[in-house]
Design a protein around this ligand. Structure first.
Ligand SMILES: *Cc1c(COP(=O)(O)O)cnc(C)c1O
Length: 223
């Protein structure tokens, strides 16, 4: 059994209703296709350019293949992101939300997004700094962003693996997700957990894990 299948079985054994995003950043398309052959359908990339160079356009992909953007998105790359991504999971400010709405209108497109929450409070992390700001963005999305559909919340756990710090971050994100659902009842995705901490994340309510290293191996950042 290969790595994608192992990861999928491990996740399903913990909870059947959890989606698995195979994070393929820094790995070539051949690795993507190997995982696809094992059943992977949703892939995660954190840079727009890498996503566009690696994956075919939306209408030319193998059956069912989707790509989610999970990394920080600069406003000048929003158009390019909308053209390639099936979902943007890293919306971290109101200006970015508004830019996505404007570019969707220009392209006559729609986009599914997650709001990213900085649940660890770490300075170098992206994401809304407070739950209040994230909920303000949700209200704005409802009132004035008809082309954007807010599917839920995403977070990256604290740096390093400290189970109790992870748990705190994930629990606060899960609480925020409930508040989001009071504003947007159709929001259904709580995306938390990576290779090192996905079990903790699922225990805290995650229904989408984003796993890279455990599927594709270590990334070669020098490449
Ligand atoms: C790289 C990345 C992941 C996957 O991390 P692994 O530790 O390799 O599983 C998940 N989410 C985001 C936002 C990432 O940038």
């Amino acid at each position: 059994m290969t790595e994608y299948r192992k990861a999928e079985e491990a996740v399903k054994a913990v909870s059947a209703g959890v989606a698995l995003v195979a994070v393929s950043k820094f790995h070539p398309y051949e690795a993507v296709m190997e995982a696809y052959a094992e059943g992977a359908r949703i892939f995660g990339e954190n840079r727009v350019q890498e996503m566009r160079e690696k994956f075919p356009p939306k209408d030319a992909r193998p059956d069912g293949m989707k790509v989610f953007l999970i990394g920080q998105l600069q406003r000048n790359k929003v158009k390019k992101a909308i053209e390639w991504a099936d979902r943007i999971e890293s919306v971290d400010s109101i200006p970015l939300l508004q830019k996505i709405e404007a570019e969707c209108e220009a392209l006559d497109a729609t986009m599914e997004i997650l709001f990213e929450f900085n649940s660890s409070g770490e300075e170098q992390k992206s994401g809304f700094r407070t739950g209040g700001e994230l909920l303000d963005a949700a209200r704005l999305a409802i009132s004035s962003c008809p082309r954007v559909s807010v599917a839920g919340v995403m977070t990256v756990g604290p740096l390093g693996y400290d189970e109790s710090a992870n748990e705190r971050a994930f629990r606060s994100t899960a609480a925020l997700f409930s508040e989001l659902r009071a504003i947007i009842p159709s929001a259904s995705v709580l995306s938390m957990g990576m290779s090192a901490d996905w079990r903790t994340a699922i225990a805290c309510g995650s229904n989408e894990v984003r796993i890279g290293t455990a599927i594709f191996g270590e990334r070669d950042y020098g490449r």
